[in-house]
Design a binder for this molecule. Structure first.
Ligand code: NAX
Ligand code: ADP
Length: 498
């Protein structure tokens, strides 16, 4: 896992690295600019492409000046630099890099008004106007510059962060940004890149190492960690000789009603293909033929059995409830009786809806339960939120208060543990935006929990594996269906097993 740190911590990492490696700030900047260019040349391969570099007077602009020099050195034949001269203050690094360019007789245009940009050639724009030093939203000339650049519809590649975009904290709907197609970002992604609001400021980002001290970064106090493939490889245990279905646990999934029997079957499919030793599905009897036809390996448990005697449920290592379940009175009673068992549950979809309707039910959750809301379900549970930043803050508080794992689903799913620590899942893609996808995820979490993984491990590993399955399928498809994601799970898990 990679620790994600805020910009203040990033500046401390800067200072620490400079001292520790006994280098100067300008040398670190040269490394950063070189790292940017190495990535840039992968993106813009034609060296005759006109490259317009917009530089502010802080260190982001100083990077832009170094990048201009390095690009010219690499043979880019049409590099032009625009010095955005909207404020007095400039950094020493900016001055140094500007002098280095002047020594090369580089073509420089000072921009006092937008008029000064009229000779800019069509091509690519490198945005080095303002970086992570942003301390307030863009206004005045900067906001006008952003509107103007966005209106050109040219490809924009931002240095470290799009101008105007806050690295952390609430992204206001009124904020102005220079919209980047690509951000080439230094050392760590900004926390705000993982929120849906970031789509207004960037399409994609890539992270390049600039040689900051990794040990120092990893020691910083931060609740945010980005999951990496090796975390899952370290976690997933290979199957050992002489193990059998009993070794891999028995999961019960309570799901489905007449109109949404498919949700139940998809959840069972996620569980089965996720490798649980045994999967039992409790659905209305009307779904039995469909179940036996589609998933003959999965067993059936009559709904009435669930509330007959508590011991009926003893054999199940984990119980998941919710996909396509419905919310009628009988279901409310069923949920109440399960909560009274005082055992951890995996709670999704309609079962989440019922918890949101009745706070007293939420209070009965047992420690170690897993809640898997998407945004709407989350806001129904915990109240409406104006921003994803605020939503994630609430999720952290609630996970601690309820002693539960919260899986807040989106393109980047946030998995929050009982201490309020956030793991961010980088896998998955928009091709997965189809009904039933969350049902498969719930089944997979249940599957991993049945196999003996802790609630938090089951939750984050399931998100990573589920997204990876979708990613592999999306290589050749514009959309992927939930059942395909489920069917692909054994292959993905095999690939993630050492
Ligand atoms: N460790 C790192 O991340 C490194 C970062 N470097 C670069 O340094 C950048 C940060 O440099 P700085 O701290 O100089 O910050 P900026 O280059 O973002 O500029 C900050 C200046 O802009 C002003 N400002 C802030 N918000 C404004 C607004 N809304 N309107 C008008 N003016 C505003 C500030 O008062 C300050 O004078 C990074 O983004 C990156 O490009 C690299 O050069 C070296 C290593
Ligand atoms: N753009 C996307 N990128 C990554 N994952 C996605 C994307 N769209 C959907 N998903 C994943 O698909 C699942 C959707 O869950 P959910 O909204 O509960 O679906 P449903 O209720 O239809 O089963 C989540 O795990 C989510 O992370």
């Amino acid at each position: 896992m990679q620790k994600l740190i805020n910009q203040q911590q990033m500046r401390s990492a800067d200072v620490f690295t400079i001292k520790n490696l006994d280098i100067s700030s300008i040398e670190l900047m040269e490394t950063a600019s070189m790292a940017f260019v190495n990535e840039f040349v992968q993106e813009i391969k034609a060296i005759e492409t006109p490259v317009n570099i917009l530089c502010g007077k802080g260190n982001n602009g100083a990077d832009g000046l170094a990048i201009a020099r390095i690009l010219q050195d690499k043979g880019y034949s049409s590099v032009a630099v625009y010095l955005i001269d909207f404020s007095e203050k400039e950094t020493a690094e900016y001055q140094t890099n500007l002098n280095r360019l002047k020594d090369l007789w580089f073509p420089l245009t000072t921009v006092k008004t937008l008029e000064d940009l009229k000779n800019m050639k069509d091509g690519v724009i490198i945005d080095a106007v303002l970086g992570s030093g942003l301390n307030k939203p863009l206004s005045g000339a900067y906001a006008e510059l952003a509107t103007f650049i966005n209106s050109l519809n040219l490809q924009v590649i931002a240095v470290d962060i799009p101008t105007g975009f806050p690295a952390e904290g609430v992204i206001a709907k009124t904020d102005h940004f220079i919209k980047a197609d690509l951000v080439i970002c230094f050392q760590r992604p900004k926390i705000n890149f993982f929120f849906p609001e970031s789509a207004a400021a960037l399409n994609r980002f890539r992270v390049v190492s600039i040689g900051l001290d990794e040990e120092f970064i990893e020691k910083q106090a931060s609740p945010y960690q980005l999951l990496e493939q090796h975390d899952i490889k370290d976690l997933i245990q290979p199957r050992k000789p002489f193990t059998h279905k009993g070794t891999y646990g028995h999961a019960l999934i309570i799901a489905g009603q007449k109109e949404t029997m498919g949700a139940a079957i998809l959840a069972a499919k996620g569980c089965l293909y996720g490798g649980a030793g045994l999967t039992t599905l409790s659905i209305p009897e009307s779904g039995l033929t469909a179940l036996n036809t589609t998933l003959p390996e999965v067993m059936y448990l009559d709904r009435k059995e669930l509330t007959s005697t508590a011991s009926v449920l003893d054999k199940f290592k984990i119980i998941a409830i919710g996909p396509g379940l419905g919310t009628d009175a009988a279901i409310i009673e069923l949920l109440k009786s399960l909560l009274m068992l005082k055992r951890p549950l995996i709670i999704d979809a309609d079962a989440l809806h019922l918890l949101g309707n009745d706070e007293s039910l939420m209070k009965q959750l047992t420690e170690g339960s897993v809640l898997t809301p998407h945004m709407k379900e989350f806001d129904h549970l915990f109240g409406a939120h104006e921003s994803w930043w605020a939503r994630l803050e609430t999720a952290r508080e609630k996970a601690v208060e309820l002693k539960c794992v919260i899986v807040l689903k989106n393109q980047y799913t946030f998995i929050i543990d009982q201490q309020g620590k956030v793991r961010i899942n980088p896998t998955g893609n928009p091709a997965m935006g189809q009904g039933g996808m969350g049902d498969v995820l719930t089944g997979l979490i249940a599957s991993l929990a049945a196999q003996g993984y802790k609630a938090i491990e089951a939750a984050y590993a399931a998100c990573f594996i589920h997204g990876t399955s979708g990613d592999l399928l999306a290589v050749t498809r514009v959309s992927v269906k939930a059942s395909a994601v489920a069917e692909h799970l054994p292959e993905v898990v095999k690939g993630l097993t050492r």
